[in-house]
Design a binder for this molecule. Structure first.
Ligand code: ADP
Ligand code: ADP
Length: 226
């Protein structure tokens, strides 16, 4: 992000002159109080909202006409946002379907994504049959099924109980280690950011700006950060 500002039409200045260099393979937590502009920043990076001024400067030549890296970004929202009428399999199929892939052609990748979140046996289930944590796993599988190089997560586990949340944190960390994917993880939990990431960027509100950028030394062991 280079000097990105966001002024909403109601006059709210959600981001002011925010610059951030995200490096390949980083697990970056974006930390700050509610309303400081974390979601706004993430949505602009994902191309889900436009910056008022400033640019998102993608390094590669893989960008499309809209300036976005095609298929390279996976997004996990605060809510699992699954289609209730569609099976787990069909929910995870959605991004591949939008890319024009046939269901049979997509099957191996869908099953691989479901396996990576421990849901191999639930392809035929419907969202209403799943717990909150399982729905969130489906949402992660859906974000990973295109094999993105960048995974954006917007307070993904905020609505879950503490035990489920820790299990999902473990899973995300394992996926990150196994795939080498770059992650930007939005949270307002200092604890979560210290456990998960190797870089913490802290924002403050009014106007939304970066006020600290910390590199975390990790040994790769869970207990080290606890
Ligand atoms: P965070 O994710 O850190 O909680 P947000 O990015 O959601 O913060 O919001 C940053 C600020 O922008 C807040 O003051 C919020 O009320 C405001 N905001 C967010 N979205 C909109 C919108 N669509 N229109 C007007 N103001 C908005
Ligand atoms: P924390 O307060 O962060 O939990 P402590 O300072 O209590 O950690 O302990 C740090 C380490 O030193 C631990 O491995 C603990 O078992 C050990 N330790 C603490 N007090 C003693 C002691 N009196 N004798 C031997 N080992 C101790």
């Amino acid at each position: 992000m280079r000097n990105v500002s966001k002024l909403f039409s109601n006059g709210t200045l959600a981001l002011k002159d925010m610059s951030l260099d995200v490096r390949r393979g980083e697990f970056l937590s974006l930390l700050g109080p509610s309303g400081c502009g974390k979601s706004t920043a993430l949505r602009i990076i994902a191309g889900l909202g436009a910056a008022s001024t400033g640019v998102i400067d993608w390094p590669s030549s893989r960008i499309n006409a809209k300036g976005l890296p095609e298929g390279d970004v996976g997004f996990v929202f605060q809510e699992p946002t699954l289609m209730p009428w569609a099976s787990v399999f069909d929910n995870v199929y959605l991004p591949l379907r939008l890319n024009g892939m046939s269901k049979s052609g997509a099957r191996p990748r869908i099953m691989e994504a479901l396996a990576s979140v421990g849901l191999s046996d639930f392809e035929k289930s419907y969202p209403r049959e799943l717990s909150g944590g399982m729905k969130m796993r489906v949402s992660i599988a859906r974000a990973l099924v295109t094999k993105p190089r960048l995974l954006l997560m917007d307070e993904p586990f905020a609505a879950l109980d503490e035990i489920t949340r820790q299990k999902l944190n473990d899973d995300v960390l394992r996926l990150w280690r196994e795939t080498g994917i770059t992650v930007i993880f939005v949270t307002h939990s200092v604890f979560e950011s210290a456990f998960l990431s190797n870089r913490i960027v802290v924002m403050r509100a009014r106007p939304g700006q970066v006020c600290a950028d910390l590199a975390i030394e990790t040994t790769g062991e869970r207990d080290a950060n606890y």
